[in-house]
Design a protein around this ligand. Structure first.
Ligand SMILES: [Zn+2]
Length: 331
């Protein structure tokens, strides 16, 4: 371990991350620039018939949106998450011995962390799930932890990593909180249809919303089992190797985990491209959660509701396959 890059601060994990972010913003020019770009980023709000999308114009994200993720390109480039290739200025907080928490130098949030597995091993949801739940709980309701599947928005699918954003920063989190509160208060119909309520709640979004699966409860093992059942059902409905295409989130509040996922059928929409009549948009977890990142100002300007609908429709699991998934989970 390079001790120069190891950040030690007293206090809880949340306090250590506060110190890491502040210190790195002071001493690391790349993060300072990325953060300035984030603060200068323009946003536009779209109402897509009951659910909301915020478009963020963020030029710092161009490398991520344009990343080539085919096996040959990945094998030929130095992995930017491996110890030996990371910038010398980039410090980390060690988490449970095997994960390194880094500041993301092209932040979408302030702060925005990348949590990197110690070894160069591929992105796999089954390798990450336990740690996502633990990390969400250890972060004391301050952060949401998320995962991009290897062909669902990850720009480094060859190196296992998670990300963390301040809780409540995406439109879907507000909408989910309302749905969970409505359920706890027996407060009428929400956009989530709950299929099961014991030992944990498992729900699916109703028709008209982009396909979303929600699991919530206070029993860690039951949450893991429920996610495993959803993954097994997705493997039947839309089989893709090495794992079902998805973006996964976990957060923790009031002693309950809230886990949700967006099942996918495409890495990028058909409008994706570098040409002037295309959109340089590569949707990952954050985008599916309603914060659509547009690195090119010209794309941001001409974006409209119809294009956003098409992007979500094309990258999300089809409504027919989502209905099949509902049937599987009802059994
Ligand atoms: Zn690596």
């Amino acid at each position: 371990m390079n001790n120069d890059r190891y950040s030690v601060a007293p206090g809880s994990l949340v306090q250590q991350l506060d110190v890491l972010w502040r210190r790195q913003c002071d001493e690391w020019a790349m993060l300072r620039t990325g953060r300035s770009n984030l603060h200068a980023a323009r946003t536009r709000m779209f109402d897509l018939g009951g659910w909301h999308v915020i478009a963020q114009c963020n030029p710092s994200r161009v490398a991520s949106a344009a990343a080539k993720v085919d096996a040959r390109t990945l094998a030929a480039r130095p992995c930017f998450l491996c110890d030996e290739n990371r910038p010398i200025e980039q410090r980390f907080v060690l988490y449970r011995g095997d994960w390194k928490i880094l500041c993301n130098p092209a932040p979408i949030f302030d702060p925005h962390f990348t949590i990197v597995w110690a070894v160069h091993e591929p992105q796999l949801v089954r390798s990450s799930l336990h740690s996502m739940l633990d990390l969400a709980a250890d972060l004391e309701s301050r952060y949401t932890v998320f995962y991009n599947g290897p062909s669902s928005g990850a720009s480094a699918p060859d190196h296992l990593h998670l990300q963390a954003s301040p809780v409540g920063c995406t439109p879907v989190e507000t909408e989910l909180a309302a749905a969970v509160c409505a359920e706890r208060g027996n407060n009428g119909q929400s956009w989530i249809e709950w299929l099961r309520r014991v030992p944990v709640h498992v729900g699916l979004s109703r028709p008209g919303r982009r396909p979303t699966i929600v699991i919530t409860g206070d029993d860690r093992q039951a949450i893991l089992d429920a996610v495993g059942q959803v993954l097994a059902a997705l493997e039947k409905v839309h089989p893709v190797r090495p794992e079902p295409m998805l973006n996964l989130f976990a957060t923790f509040a009031d002693d309950h985990w809230l886990v949700w996922m967006f099942p996918r059928q495409a890495h990028r929409p058909s409008c994706y491209g570098h040409e002037s009549d295309r959109y340089l948009v590569s949707p990952g977890a954050v985008d599916l959660a309603g914060l659509l990142i547009m690195p090119r100002p010209e794309d941001f300007e001409r974006l409209d509701a119809a294009t956003i609908h098409a992007i979500y429709r094309e990258v999300s699991l089809s409504s027919e396959e989502f209905d099949l998934l509902r049937d599987h989970l009802r059994r």
